[in-house]
Structures are given as C-alpha cells and as structure tokens.
Design a protein around this ligand. Structure first.
Ligand code: PNW
Length: 469
C-alpha cells in the first residue's frame, strides 16, 4: 500500500515576511523621523562592517517590484511592518501624511494582487525622540504606542487581515536593554525587565485601541520568539531547574501576562535581586490580557543549558552575540553549552524536532488560540552561479525539514493556520548588517537587482501543491 501524500490544509496561509528597517531604506525621505536603529547603526562598532539601514533594499522606492515577486511566488499573504517614525516622526503628536500614504498605497497594491496584508505595528524601530525619554523603560511609551496603533487602524481600516502588535518583544527588551547588541544598546537588566513589562502593556493597549476602531472581532495577534532550551543532562534536576529559569525569562514573561493574566511567581522570585517589579501597576495585567485571535510564533533554533556552578568560565553559546553581556537577566547561575550542530551561517543549531515539539506544546496549552508561524528561515553563505542563479540547496533542506515539522504538528491536531518564511528578501540583518542573507530572493546591494533563489522556486511549488517536494 502506498502512503497517501501528506498535504497542508487548503486554506493554509502561506506567506513571507519582512520588517521596515531591514528593507525600506529612504530613512530621511518622505518626512520620516529617526529611529533608535538609525542611531544605533550609525554608532561605530555596533553593526558588523559599519552597515546601516540607510538604503537597505530600497524597498521604499521598489515596493511595486517586490509585490510583483510575492505574486509570482503565488504567496497568499505578506507580513510587513510599519515604521512608527515614518508615520509619526516624533512618536507623539503630529502624524505624517506622506508616511501614512506609503503604507496605504502598499496595502492597496497587495490587495489588488490578491495578497493578504498582515501588519506588524512594531518591529523595533522606535522613534528616537521616545528613547531620549527612556524608551521602553518609560511607561508612557506604551500609551503613545496605543495612540499610534489607533491611528493606523483608522487609516488602514478593514483592509488589513491581521494586526500584530509587536514582533519579538524578547529581542526588543533583552537584546536592546540588557545585552545591548540591539538598539538602543543599553546594558541594564532592571531596565530590560521594565521594558518587557511596558511592551506587554503596549500590546494590550494597542490591541484594544485597534478593536475600538474596527470592532471586537478584528484579528489581533502578537509575535513571540519562543525559546526552546534543552537541559544538558535531562536526568539532572539542577539542569532542569536552569532550563525552567530560562523559560521564565524568555517565554513566560510574555505568555504569562498576555495569555494567562499573570507573571509566574517563580519569575518574580528569581529576578528579585535585579528589580522589585514596582513598574507593574494595579490593573496592568487586566489590560495586557486581551483576547488573542492568533499567536505568532517565530522559530529558528534551539539551545542547551545547565546549572553553572561557578567553576571555569561561564559558557554563553546561546547564539545571542558572543562576548556581549548576557540577555538572560537574573540567570547568572545558568550557562549555555554549544549545540552539536549542524548550523546555519548565524551559528544557530538546526533542530526541526524542537520546532515540532514547541508547536505541539504551545498548541495544547492554548487550545483556543490558533497559531501562525510568523517567521522561520535560515541564513547561509549563498554563492551566485555564473548565470546569476543561487542554488541554495541548504536553505531548501532547512525549510523542507521545518515544513515537515509543522505538518507533523498539524497531524497531531494543532490549530496551525499559516507559515511565513523569513525572509522575502536578503536584508539588513540587525547587528550583522548585510553579511547574513536570509532571503529566498537574493538582493545585489550594488545594483538592487532581485533574483529568486532556488529556494523561492521550490517554495512556489509547495504553495501551489500544498505538499512538500
Ligand atoms: C528575528 N537572537 O530576529 C527578527 O524578527 C527578524 O527581524 C530577524 O531578521 C530574524 O529573526 C533573523 O535573525 C532575531 O539573537 C534576532 O536570538 C536575534 C535573535 C533572534 C531573532
């Protein structure tokens, strides 16, 4: 008997994702104000090769061509982010009509091409003026964010399929304020926890504002990079406790308040030497826990941790920037050992089993909240063949294995609605600049020529057939 072909659901939302600062360029055009990533990338030593997002993929001028590529690939949806400083340069007060018009036109063009717009309101480009007043450590930022969200709901209205409040608040809080490898580059654990809480609050307030404008059934989501951490020795209670600590600081700090209405007591206890959590005000948790239409999950890699007994040098092979301070606030007695590989060009371990287990675990824990993979993909050192093609078999293999993991989760009854490959285009990979290429479409940074890689052509077939070739 032959096995039936395994197939994704007919209405599965296949897409690809990008983010404003990583692709748009045109940072001083159309009335855009500076963001913390402009400041950070222009600070010597912060980004590999001194790269900045000044030009990036020049998507601000080439968006029509880029939508053409999305259409050619047959994708059903496109996940992009709105640059807050493009639509409200100072983060408060005046809105910028030209910036709003850019996104409004983009959305119309997507719809005309039959592509669903999935919007992220915050993918890390905070208006610099707000950072000057404390950024995410300042509670006021959450309220200002909600006002910006409200305005975008008024402007883009029912043309948007899904409103995602935040992308990866873990990175914004801990890489931005604790390890300092992301903007604004601060290294203060207490500030990072305050930032995490204010990002939670921003999510709740913004989601509520969008629904106030567009109705209670408006689809609101948030995207989290959920960490999968294996204990070095699964039989060691100490190693399992170390992993539980990482889970708290990495995952539960967002899942708890957003989906369950509370911070875990273990998180508060384990970080009490860092902060007293007095930035959590009465009533905040009720504001944060809004009904979630979809939970977005970003997954790339897994890591391996154990209890650190203080002997020898503490290892930090968690893929978050060697040599920098640790993003794991309060986890001084935890160390990360290198994973066995294989690795992508980011040095991140490839572990599709962990992806499947994560989807199953989260899906079972929150059975009423559909899941969406809002990012998954890989950077590799692509080579361009003499004819200009990119034969990225390694990326195809990575995607094939992770698509299979998603199919496994679906077959186990998990309510997974869609999958967005990161990324549509090679782009500004944050502190790694243009050195690391995640795109399924190659970008030549001298000519801005776009060339679909073999992985894009392979993905087109997956989307067309609903099966993994
Ligand atoms: C995500 N880490 O970032 C972002 O959402 C994307 O903008 C980014 O390009 C993509 O993943 C690839 O990196 C991350 O250090 C950045 O663990 C850093 C980490 C994780 C995700």
């Amino acid at each position: 008997m032959s096995t039936p072909t395994r197939r994704f659901p007919e209405d599965f939302t296949w897409g690809s994702a990008t983010a404003s600062y990583q692709i748009e360029g045109a940072v001083a055009e159309g009335g855009r104000g500076p963001s913390i990533w402009d400041t950070f990338s222009h600070t010597p030593g912060k980004v590999l090769g001194g790269d900045t997002g000044d030009v990036a993929d020049d998507h601000y001028h080439r968006w029509a061509e880029d939508i053409g590529h999305i259409k050619d690939l047959g994708l059903k949806a496109y996940r992009f982010s709105i640059a807050w400083p493009r639509v409200q340069p100072g983060g408060r007060g005046e809105f910028n009509a030209e910036g709003i018009a850019f996104y409004s036109t983009l959305v119309d063009a997507l719809l005309a091409a039959g592509i669903e717009p999935v919007v992220t309101l915050y993918h890390w480009d905070l208006p610099q003026e707000l950072e000057d007043e404390g950024g995410w450590t300042n509670r006021q930022t959450a309220y200002l964010f909600a006002e910006y969200a409200r305005r975008m709901a008024q402007e883009l209205g029912d043309r948007i399929s899904v409103w995602t409040t935040l992308n990866e608040p873990w990175c914004a809080a801990y890489l931005g304020y604790a390890s300092g490898v992301h903007a604004p580059g601060r290294t203060d654990g207490a500030a990072a926890l305050a930032a995490a809480h204010h990002l939670n609050l921003a999510h709740g307030l913004a989601g509520a504002a969008v629904r106030e404008v567009l109705g209670a059934d408006t689809k609101v989501s948030v995207t989290l990079n959920l960490h999968v951490t294996h204990p070095v020795d699964p039989d060691s209670a100490a190693d399992r406790a170390a992993v539980a600590k990482i889970d708290d600081v990495g995952n539960e700090v967002f899942l708890g308040p957003m989906l369950e209405g509370a911070y875990p007591q273990s998180l508060l206890d384990n970080t009490s030497h860092v902060t007293d959590w007095s930035f959590v005000h009465d009533g905040d948790l009720a504001l944060i826990r809004i009904p979630l239409s979809i939970l977005g999950v970003n997954y790339y890699s897994s890591s391996r941790a154990r209890f650190y007994d203080g002997t020898g040098e503490r290892q930090q092979a968690d893929g978050h920037g060697d040599g920098a301070g640790s993003p794991w606030v309060g986890c001084e007695d935890v160390e990360f050992l290198p994973q066995p590989g294989p690795y992508t060009a980011m040095g991140w371990n490839i572990d599709p089993d962990a992806f499947r287990d994560l989807l199953v675990r989260i899906g079972r824990r929150f059975p009423d909240t559909p899941l969406m993979v809002t990012e998954n993909g890989a950077a590799f050192d692509d080579e361009v063949a003499p004819d200009g093609a990119v034969h990225d078999e390694n990326r195809i293999d990575y995607l094939r294995r992770h698509f299979t993991a998603a199919l496994d989760a679906l077959e186990q009854g998990i309510d997974l609605r869609g999958y967005f490959v990161w990324s549509l285009l090679d782009n500004f990979e944050w502190s790694f600049g243009y050195e690391r290429r995640f795109g399924i479409i190659r970008v030549d940074y001298d000519t801005q020529l776009r060339t679909p890689k073999d992985s894009a052509l392979w993905y087109r077939e997956v989307v067309r057939t609903g099966t993994i070739g």
